[in-house]
Ligand binder design. Structure first.
Ligand code: SF4
Length: 170
């Protein structure tokens, strides 16, 4: 018996079919890479290693999802997909851009929701209001990269935010 609620168990309870995350590189940037906070990024940051081979920012979101579906096609016949905005900081843009990119993914056949990875300092009340509305229409989870509760560690890895920032975002 598991003494914790694993993500795979939690998600199985939410869908009557299998779901697979398909990573999408939607062309967002990151304030810890573009010079707003720093240009060096977190010490572990190498988005090439985060992204699977079918995930390519030079292609449209629709094409990346289509390639991702082909990649996973033989796993389960009834499988559906969550578009996983994983690369860089996927709430780091103006709201119209964010909406366009999320909604392009949701319009793809077989996509039943979104998983959005971002930094805790890339969130605003306006964006949270939009995410709340979106969450009434579709499955949505937001992953904040917290990385540590220890400010000395956050500084050492050049994270560019404190744990207090994560606490506030949550
Ligand atoms: S927040 Fe993510 S994209 Fe930005 S520098 Fe850190 S690991 Fe890289």
């Amino acid at each position: 018996m598991e003494h914790y609620n694993s993500f795979s168990k939690w998600i199985r309870e939410r869908f009557p079919f299998r779901v697979q995350k398909i990573s999408v590189d939607a062309g967002f940037s990151c304030p810890n890479r573009d010079g707003s906070i720093s240009s060096g990024g977190c010490s572990f940051c190498d988005n090439r290693t985060f992204n699977p081979s079918y995930c390519n920012r030079t292609l449209s979101i629709g094409q990346q999802i289509s390639d991702g579906k082909a990649f996973f096609a033989r796993k389960y016949p009834d499988m559906k997909y969550l578009a996983y905005f994983q690369a860089y900081s996927n709430t780091y843009a103006d709201l119209d851009t964010i909406k366009r990119r999320y909604e392009e993914a949701l319009a793809c056949d077989g996509v039943v929701g979104l998983v959005v990875g971002t930094r805790p300092d890339c969130i605003s009340d306006e964006l949270l209001d939009y995410l709340e509305r979106l969450n009434r229409q579709t499955f949505l989870t937001v992953e904040y990269g917290i990385e540590s509760t220890c400010d000395a560690t956050l500084e050492r890895i050049n994270r560019g935010h404190t744990f207090e920032c994560s606490r506030r975002a949550i």
